[in-house]
Design a protein around this ligand. Structure first.
Ligand code: FDA
Length: 391
């Protein structure tokens, strides 16, 4: 039986950082993963460049049954703290847009940095390990591993959520949490493309067309690009909205969010002989304008022949076009999992289970889900740090 101060399950973003922090504070830490390589999700993140944080990180950019839960950890480990770490490792980075920080080079640099930090903390890393039984006896956790059992008074669940199973993502965290009496908020795919069916399949002919829009779901609204795909809707605005979307609800799209009220009536005054189709074609990608004009059953004659009332009605539809997704592309394509281990059973300061001393849950496994744009990694770093300091 090998003895440690802490066993961290999952060598992803949160697990590696938690293990490194705890190790550097003097704890003997075992970090275990079933993948043969650490940080596989980091490697594919941000198109291979890892959008490792967002300088606009704030609690309102996260979804959770308890919106206050993330505040403490996020305040105690900030984007600036992580940037200082990245800088100390000489990793060049740039701000792309909307506060998103990416590596200039490769996401591999972030994984190498985390592994180096683990090494500095004397962390024992075991990859390619199929986890066996996890028992809790006499105040200690015993994890059965292929090479023999490991025992520690602290156990950290850092095995993430089930999005992208083909790279080793599982719902293991939820099963384990439930076994220890923790509740799980129904996990669902988030930051995920939405699919269209029924008479909306017509929009599939626009596959590949993108436009800057405002996408709305629930009470959330995102002004970014939307992309039509051969299955439905994607692009940053849709991915963001998907986290707030629930089955059966509509997604509202403002196709012309920059245009003020009355723009079509003004267009009529300026170019009375232009058709609506042409006017839309000047404001939107041509193929999109064509499909929208067809769906609107737009009058074919000049704008001068349209009443202001009719033009105002068309404007209103373009400002709140209702799509009714019949689903999403699921965990196979979801960038994150919303829901997860209920925060009600965890300390917001340490991530420790309030009823099971020594048990911690961090990262995506927990019911805290960030917007697109580096927020999910910032949560992984912040929650990993909170637990790493507490162990
Ligand atoms: P993570 O999934 O990173 O790690 C969990 C670890 O547990 C994995 O190593 C896994 O192998 C292991 N594991 C799972 N089940 C196990 C089991 N049964 N036994 C043993 N080990 C097990 N976020 C962001 O902020 N910026 C970005 O640029 C991106 N880009 C991005 C792209 C793509 C394609 C995806 C899928 C996701 C992103 N994300 C992102 C989201 C981000 O990658 C994600 O939120 C974090 O990696 C979560 O970190 P965790 O450590 O919690 O889980």
């Amino acid at each position: 039986m090998e003895r440690y101060d802490a066993i961290v399950l999952g060598a992803g973003a949160a697990g590696m950082w938690c293990a490194a922090v705890a190790g550097q504070r003097g704890a003997r830490v075992l970090l275990v993963d079933h993948n043969a390589e650490a940080g596989r999700k980091i490697l594919i993140s941000g198109g291979g460049r890892c959008n490792f944080t967002n300088i606009h990180t704030a609690p309102d950019r996260f979804l959770s049954a308890n919106p206050h839960f993330a505040k403490s950890a996020l305040a105690r480990y900030t984007p600036a703290d992580f940037v200082a770490l990245v800088d100390a490792h000489g990793i060049a980075w740039h701000e792309k847009t909307l506060g998103q920080l990416f590596c200039d080079g490769s996401a591999r640099q972030v994984v190498a940095m985390l592994l180096a930090e683990c090494e500095r903390g004397g962390v024992t890393l075991r990859l390619g390990q199929t986890l066996g039984e996890v028992a809790h006896r006499d105040g200690a956790f015993v994890v059965t591993l292929p090479g023999g059992d490991a025992l520690a008074p602290a156990l950290v669940i850092a095995t993430g959520g089930p999005s992208i199973p083909k790279i080793g993502a599982t719902g293991f965290a939820y099963d384990l949490a439930r076994r220890f009496g923790l509740k799980v908020v129904e996990p669902r795919p988030a930051l995920v493309p939405l699919t269209l069916g029924g008479d909306e399949t017509l929009f599939r002919e626009l596959s590949g067309v993108a436009a800057p829009v405002e996408a709305r779901a629930g009470k959330a609204a995102f002004r970014e690009a939307a992309l039509f795909t051969h299955r439905g809707l994607s692009g940053p605005a849709i991915l963001q909205a998907s986290s707030y979307w629930r089955h059966g609800e509509a997604v509202g799209i403002d196709f012309l969010p920059e245009r003020g009220d009355g723009w079509l009536i003004e267009a009529k005054a300026r170019q009375p002989r232009a058709t609506l189709r042409r006017t839309l074609g000047e404001a939107l990608p041509e193929r999109l304008a064509g499909v929208l004009a067809d769906r609107l059953e737009a009058p074919e004659g000049p704008l001068a022949g349209c009443t202001d009332r009719a033009l105002a009605a068309i404007e209103a539809r373009l400002a709140d076009w209702r799509f009714h997704p019949n689903g999403s592309e699921g965990f196979a394509k979801a960038e994150v999992t919303a829901g997860g281990i209920a925060t009600a059973g965890l300390s917001s300061r340490s991530m420790e289970a309030t009823r099971v001393p020594g048990l911690y849950a961090i990262g995506e496994a927990v019911d805290v889900t960030g917007w697109l744009g580096g927020y999910n990694f910032q949560w992984a770093w912040a929650s990993g740090h909170a637990a790493g300091v507490a162990i």
